[in-house]
Design a protein around this ligand. Structure first.
Ligand code: HEM
Length: 406
């Protein structure tokens, strides 16, 4: 019997505070937990006990095992802020991350064929144009800007709008709602209000697409799928929101990390072939989507421990991506390393559907920015860059930068 005796003095709570002066490292205490045990008892904010997986192999094992469910209403919320008492309400229609097979399989199949590597590579040229337009505008405007507002946020928003067929001019109507929907640490009522706002907006678009389908992804789904209006609204809103904060923070926080390591930035600037592997390493090193949660549907043994049916497991992607058993010298940013196998996009049936799109955006945007502004630097001391501490997508709120004009 591999049952671990449960010592009530042992359970930990999820560390969320990062050490001062370490904006790129996971919260203090996570590494020690991983060293002690890759899978440990954890107490949830509502008092329930479950598990925390910090080791790469343990996280991967849970993600690949169909005996663990992704349904929200079975899980406990790992963050204290905004956590309702007890399990979460069910996922809204179309939110794929909260579905299990076979419900999930139906949505995933519909979308997989439309998010192919080939289709995303075809988008590269448009991503290059959008990137160049923004860099041109910055150059015209002259030194000094907040890179988040001027570059990191508009780029993914424009790209997903084009892909889906959502008018970018409507950004005001969806971006704020989208940000809130993707934030688990706001009060549940606030999240649901944002979800409703996003769905009202999407419902108008879906009605228009049903009447006259466009060539974009939404039109394609409106014409050639068996999705109901409600499902199309749900999945459209989810796709619109899923790639905004994640990609934006990889661009801005990735830039911050590169500015902190000038020799790494120089390597990327001078060697265009380095970009794809540099992006994988930045994804690993920064892990802007730091955690996910699953719940056991039956008793499951993982790494010699018995997880009981009904217990939640919090998966720390950021701890797993710094596991020395998987990545030597894990706390070093080394753009030349082979960071394949990182869990920044998750793993298993819910592995990020937009991963290829995100890779295209990052591979284009980061080197282009560094090359256009070779003297790019922070405009404030590094300690003054406001960090997205305690939010479920990590990164920076603003990135004040400047550069020299030639
Ligand atoms: C799922 C990260 C960009 C769409 C996920 C998951 C992670 C992730 C970790 C799995 C969640 C879990 O395990 O519960 C990221 C990161 C991105 C990014 C770090 C940027 C660098 C995008 C983009 C899209 C997208 C651009 C575009 C539509 C999705 C979707 C899912 C997902 C639809 C759900 C897949 C499913 O449940 O089957 N993402 N993502 N993501 N992501 Fe991304």
């Amino acid at each position: 019997e591999p049952t671990e005796p449960i010592d009530p003095a042992e359970p930990v709570t999820l560390p969320t505070r990062r050490a001062a002066g370490c904006p790129f490292d996971p919260p203090a205490g996570l590494a020690e937990l991983r060293e002690r045990a890759p899978l440990t008892r954890m107490t949830y904010p509502d008092g329930h006990s479950g598990w925390l997986a910090t080791g790469h192999a343990a996280v991967r094992a849970v993600l690949g095992d169909p005996r663990f469910s992704s349904r929200y209403e079975l899980m406990h919320h790992p963050f204290p802020e905004g956590a309702p008492d007890g399990p979460l309400p069910p996922a809204p229609v179309g939110d794929m991350t909260g579905m299990d097979a076979p419900e999930h399989t139906r949505f995933r199949r519909l979308l997989m064929g439309r998010f192919t590597v080939r289709r995303m590579r075809l988008l590269t040229e448009r991503v290059e144009e959008i990137t160049a337009e923004h860099l041109d505008a910055l150059e015209r405007q002259g030194p000094g800007t907040d890179l988040v507002e001027a570059f990191a946020r508009p780029l993914p928003a424009l790209v997903i709008c084009e892909l889906l067929g959502v008018p970018y001019a409507d950004r005001e109507r969806f971006q704020r709602h989208a940000d809130t929907v993707m934030t688990m640490d706001v009060a549940p009522e606030e999240r649901y209000a944002a979800m409703t706002g996003l769905q009202e907006y999407m419902a108008e678009l879906v009605a228009a697409q049903r009447a006259e389908p466009s060539d974009d992804l939404l039109g394609d789904l409106a014409r050639d799928s068996d999705l109901t209006d409600e499902e199309l609204v749900g999945i459209g809103g989810f796709l619109l929101a899923a790639g905004l904060d994640t990609t934006a923070n990889m661009i801005s926080h990735g830039t911050f990390a590169l500015l902190a390591e000038p020799e790494q930035a120089e390597a990327l600037r001078s060697d265009p072939d380095l970009a794809p592997q540099a992006v994988e390493e930045l994804l690993r090193y920064l892990t802007v989507a730091p955690t996910s949660v699953r719940s056991a549907l039956e008793d499951v043994e993982v790494e010699g421990r018995l997880i009981r049916a009904g217990e939640s497991v919090t998966l720390s992607y950021e701890a797993a991506n710094r596991d020395p058993a998987r990545f030597p010298d894990p706390d070093v940013l080394d753009l030349r390393r082979k960071a394949t196998g990182h869990l920044a996009f998750g793993h298993g049936i819910h592995q990020c559907l937009g991963a290829q799109l995100a890779r295209v955006e990052l591979t284009v945007a980061l080197p282009a920015l560094l090359r256009r502004f070779p003297t790019l630097r922070l405009a404030v001391p590094a300690e003054e860059v406001p960090l997205r501490t305690g939010m479920n997508i990590y990164g920076v709120h603003r990135l004040p930068v400047t550069w020299d004009t030639p």
